[in-house]
Design a protein around this ligand. Structure first.
Ligand SMILES: *Cc1c(COP(=O)(O)O)cnc(C)c1O
Length: 360
């Protein structure tokens, strides 16, 4: 068996210790004589798993009591629709478009009401976060929407927008649990877990209680109402049991490492290794504005597409895989999520140095 360093943007690397625990419990979870995949979601064993996962997540993020934690399906994409269906009372919402995911959410919201693009960084291929200190927030906006970490372009908000009192909704898929976050600043925070937390197939939505009502857009399906899932403790229908179980183990892993402050320090250290190299390299260049750099997703280029392709190929042969940039951007992208060890980033930089010497 040989594990590679996997720089995939998602589904992505998981902590090795978690994978080993899951493997060890595969045939017999905690004396039940079955795997978590085989047990009823109504069983006490599973209720224990979901309750503990929620409790650990609440501890990690200090989630206040007036926020519900929902384990939902449909990916981050379904939230692009669920957010307007549940919040667009006036049928108006403001979107800040800083990348492909925010743009898709903005386009989806247009199906349900008036979605205003109040700021964008598309003019420079999403390589920066616009100044959001004094935006033309619509007086009747039901919420202001952002994608906090731009997985494809590698930017992150270092400061939340001034929403002028409007509810803030944030897609945190690719920075979820990478550092502490003040949940009270948001109406809804959600993220697909396959980037930084667990296996694919689930979204965690943290929703302020007063936003969970029956007053949704007419025709909203039962399954797309936050209230349905909040009232049922995320067990209205069969949830993604196995994913909840693995996420729960990742929450325990994060706690064992010291929680999100400790994780932030580790992520800053890892990212600095790569960014410092990019800033000193004669061959490789980071593609986004330094002040807006993501700790999680690091796109870079050589400036020569043939050389980029050669790099991706040779890196893969050396056990550094999934470094190809998103098809809309080209070049390379290293996703260095929580579970990427520092040794993986060091191995990447060592390989880049060698490649630079050989291709000078
Ligand atoms: C990956 C990603 C998505 C899409 O996630 P799905 O679960 O495939 O729908 C949305 N937003 C962000 C920020 C992402 O990184």
């Amino acid at each position: 068996m040989s594990r590679v360093y996997n720089f995939s943007a998602g589904p992505a690397v998981l902590p090795e210790s978690v994978l080993k625990e899951v493997a060890a419990e595969m045939l017999d979870y905690n004396g039940t004589g079955m795997s978590v995949m085989e047990m009823s979601h109504r069983s006490s064993a599973f209720q224990g798993i979901i309750d503990e996962a929620e409790k650990d997540l609440r501890d990690l993020l200090s989630i206040p009591d007036n926020y519900k934690v929902l384990f939902l399906q449909g990916g981050a994409h379904l939230q692009f629709a669920m957010v307007p269906l549940n919040l667009m009372k006036n049928r108006v919402a403001d979107y800040i478009v800083t990348g492909q995911w925010a743009k898709k959410a903005y386009q989806e919201a247009q199906k349900f009401g008036k979605a205003n693009k109040i700021a964008s960084s598309e003019d420079r291929t999403f390589t920066y976060i616009p100044d959001c200190s004094d935006l033309p927030i619509s007086p009747d906006a039901d919420y202001v929407y952002i994608c906090e970490n731009n997985t494809i372009y590698g930017t992150k908000y270092k400061e939340l927008p001034n929403t002028k009192g409007k509810i803030l909704v944030s897609d945190v898929s690719s920075c979820f649990l990478s550092e502490p976050m003040d949940v009270t600043k948001y109406g809804i925070v959600y993220g697909g877990v396959q980037k930084n937390i667990g296996p694919a197939g689930m979204v965690i939505a943290i929703v302020r209680e007063d936003l969970i009502t029956e007053d949704v857009l007419p025709g909203t399906p039962t399954m797309l109402q936050y209230k349905t899932h909040a009232d049922a403790g995320s067990l209205y229908n069969t949830p993604n049991c196995f994913c909840i179980y693995v996420c729960g183990k990742v929450f325990k892993w994060l706690k064992s490492l010291g929680g999100l402050e400790a994780m932030k320090a580790m992520n800053e250290e890892k990212a600095a290794i790569l960014y410092n190299f990019l800033d000193s390299s004669n061959l490789f260049k980071g593609t986004v504005e330094k002040k807006d750099r993501s700790l999680m997703n690091v796109p870079f280029v050589t400036g020569n597409t043939d050389l980029d392709a050669k790099f991706v190929k040779e890196a893969a042969a050396a056990g550094l895989v999934n470094l190809k940039g998103h098809r809309t951007v080209g070049g390379m992208r290293a996703s260095i999520y929580n579970a990427m060890p520092k040794a993986g980033v060091e191995a990447l930089v060592a390989f880049m140095k060698k490649f630079e010497e050989e291709n000078a």
